[in-house]
Design a protein around this ligand. Structure first.
Ligand code: HEC
Ligand code: HEC
Ligand code: HEC
Ligand code: HEC
Ligand code: HEC
Length: 490
């Protein structure tokens, strides 16, 4: 007892042992807690590639892919959310906002073409199949199966149609194999020629995982025949494409094999090319197979030159429709996002569509790409502030300044085109010689094509602000030149 009294409390053997045990226990708990957290994070990370379903080249249904990749699938489903920004989205009503009601000048500009009867603002990917099936451009006018190219998951449907038509091999072959490519292209040709109503029955889903990803390893890929051919045409041209370095590199090689995005493009390029499968100018009609007019480059006048030189099988020069009031053979531009992005500083700096429209999101330990493809202005923090250290409001103001300037210029350009159309109509009524009017109809074609290129492009100038202004300036000039030439005739 006296001994015990003499020994300081903390040095007593029993107390000491207890203390050591206690510290050890706490340490163990801490280590275990840390371990538990790490291993659950590891498990979470593993879950990004949790293999519950064997995906292959026949799995068109995105819900099946969703079992292996639930986070990407959940965000993909959110493309059914409706929204409006100052210039983006289609509004929050059940039907998308009408572009024709918003801007009645378009009815005059598109007179004689289905776009003058129904033309709405775009909305999320979830709606692409439904909006195409219900537009009056389809229900009240004849369209072909080629329309389906960009409004459905059709990688499997095309290959099946190709096989049915006698293409070699089976659906099990890798997408990049020669047989699979032959099936795809053959199917694309036959489905494209079907009446729309028949073709659209071959597909069930809007753009889906299999259209952008290899089912074996989830690598990005392009599957749309129009793009696969269009990018080859661009590679074969001599137009510099510094924003697509793999094409520049291919051009310097022996060119023994055609450029192939799925083999040659970098991951960063693919992050834009997957979108370029659909967000592009194209020809889609009964006269010939759908194509992207990129033989001379991606700029507005290069595409125009490609069309001007292009002859339909009947020998006639390319045009989309004949204007009902003036008789001009005119061109309709469609959503040239990939082309306009290509002219901007972001593309030139290596910034991809996905960088802004599919930003990374963190969920626990996992970083995933948002598959809720939408306006970046709804998530400036993730879409822009990763590169630009300015407050959200400031970045939004910069975008809206560009858009408001483009919009003001576009209004003037549309007024000019409408004025030319009205003058041409009056001249026709006054009995001016048709042969003399012919060169003036060319001014209408040029002016209309340019103003429409910017109107149909969905960023209201943001993707390439200076290029948009240049094009609109030319539109105004051509329209006014046409009016001046008409005055000379009277
Ligand atoms: C630097 C960022 C950035 C890049 C890169 C970019 N965009 Fe955009 N995009 C925007 C912004 C900002 C808008 C305007 C959104 C708005 O008005 O709400 C926009 C608008 C759009 C719209 C219309 C969106 C809507 O809400 O109506 C589409 C479609 C689009 N971009 C497609 C593309 C495609 C395809 C590419 C690549 C070829 C691309 N974008 C590259 C920033 C970007
Ligand atoms: C298979 C063709 C296809 C592909 C591939 C595709 N899109 Fe789209 N996209 C569409 C169609 C069609 C619509 C319009 C749907 C509608 O209005 O019903 C659309 C709409 C959009 C919108 C408007 C969304 C909204 O809610 O208003 C944006 C933004 C967009 N796409 C960006 C992209 C980006 C970025 C990529 C690449 C990651 C991409 N798209 C890939 C066909 C495609
Ligand atoms: C090369 C790809 C491509 C082809 C081919 C294509 N579309 Fe689209 N379509 C798109 C994209 C991208 C959008 C979304 C951007 C926009 O609305 O400008 C869209 C939007 C639409 C919309 C919703 C907005 C609107 O214009 O009212 C309808 C309807 C539509 N397309 C119908 C058709 C029809 C009909 C055809 C065949 C004549 C067709 N599409 C062929 C890519 C395509
Ligand atoms: C329009 C093209 C497109 C479609 C459709 C698409 N993705 Fe993606 N996906 C992308 C892009 C772009 C990335 C970014 C890839 C990169 O940076 O390497 C991506 C990345 C991924 C990744 C890698 C991890 C990540 O989040 O970055 C997974 C997994 C994935 N997607 C799953 C899916 C699933 C599941 C579906 C269908 C529900 C789907 N994707 C549909 C374009 C698409
Ligand atoms: C991956 C990086 C990156 C992302 C993401 C990005 N930017 Fe940029 N942005 C750049 C680069 C690089 C430039 C070129 C100027 C420079 O070098 O600083 C630029 C230039 C700009 C300019 C000047 C444009 C012009 O044509 O002169 C604006 C405005 C802009 N960005 C806005 C945005 C907005 C808004 C977003 C989101 C929707 C965004 N950026 C997303 C990298 C990025």
């Amino acid at each position: 007892m006296t001994d015990a009294k003499k020994t300081p409390f903390l040095s007593r053997p029993l107390v000491r042992m207890g203390l050591i045990a206690g510290v050890a226990a706490v340490a163990t708990i801490l280590v275990m807690a840390l371990y538990a957290s790490v291993s659950s994070k590891k498990a979470e990370a593993r879950q990004t590639a949790l293999k519950l379903v064997d995906l292959d080249e026949k799995t068109a249904d995105p819900a099946q892919w969703g079992k292996n990749f639930p986070r990407q699938y959940e965000s993909y489903l959110l493309t059914n959310e409706r929204y409006a920004t100052k210039f983006g989205g289609a509004g929050s009503e059940s039907m998308p906002e009408s572009k024709l009601k918003e801007d009645p000048r378009l009815v005059t500009i598109f007179d004689g073409y289905p776009f003058s009867i129904d033309y709405n603002r775009r909305r999320g990917h979830a709606y692409m199949l439904e909006d195409q099936r219900t537009t009056k451009r389809v229900t009240e006018r004849k369209q072909t199966g080629a329309c389906m190219h960009c409004h459905a998951s059709n990688a499997v449907a095309y290959r099946e149609a190709g096989l049915k038509g006698g293409a070699p091999g089976t659906l099990d072959e890798a997408f990049t194999s020669d047989n699979a490519q032959a099936q795809l292209m053959a199917g694309f040709e036959t489905v494209g020629k079907m009446p729309f109503g028949e073709a659209t029955q071959l597909v069930k889903h809007p753009v889906a995982c299999i259209d952008c990803h290899d089912p074996k390893n989830m690598a990005l890929r392009v599957t749309k025949p129009g793009f696969i051919r269009g990018i080859v045409a661009l590679a074969n041209s001599s137009e510099p494409v510094p924003h697509l370095p793999s094409i520049e590199k291919w051009r310097k090689g022996d060119r023994a094999k055609p450029y192939n995005a799925n083999r040659d493009a970098s991951r960063q390029e693919m992050r834009s090319m997957v979108c370029g499968q659909c967000h592009v100018e194209y020809y889609c009609g009964p006269k010939t197979t759908l194509f992207f007019p990129w033989n001379k480059g991606l700029k507005v006048e290069q595409i125009e030159a490609t069309y001007d030189e292009y002859k339909f099988p009947d020998g006639h020069r390319f045009f989309d429709w004949q204007h009902a009031k003036t008789g001009a053979e005119v061109l309709k531009a469609q959503h040239p996002e990939f082309e306009m992005w290509s002219q901007g500083i972001h593309a030139r700096s290596g910034v991809s569509c996905a960088d802004c429209h599919m930003p990374y999101m963190r969920e626990g330990a996992i970083k995933i790409s948002s598959h809720q493809v939408r306006s970046p202005l709804l998530d400036i923090t993730r879409s822009c502030q990763t590169c630009h250290r300015f407050p959200e409001e400031e970045l939004k103001a910069r975008v809206e300044t560009i858009q408001a300037r483009t919009h003001a210029m576009m209004n003037r350009a549309e007024d000019a085109v409408v004025a030319l159309i009205q003058d041409l109509e009056a001249a026709k009524k006054a009995g001016v010689d048709e042969a003399k009017l012919k060169p003036i109809l060319e001014f209408q074609r040029k002016a209309q094509w340019r103003v429409d290129f910017i109107n149909a492009e969905n960023s209201m100038g943001f993707h390439a602000p200076q290029e948009a202004t240049r094009i609109l300036g030319e539109a105004i000039d051509y329209a006014r030149q046409g009016q001046i030439a008409l005055k000379g005739l009277k």
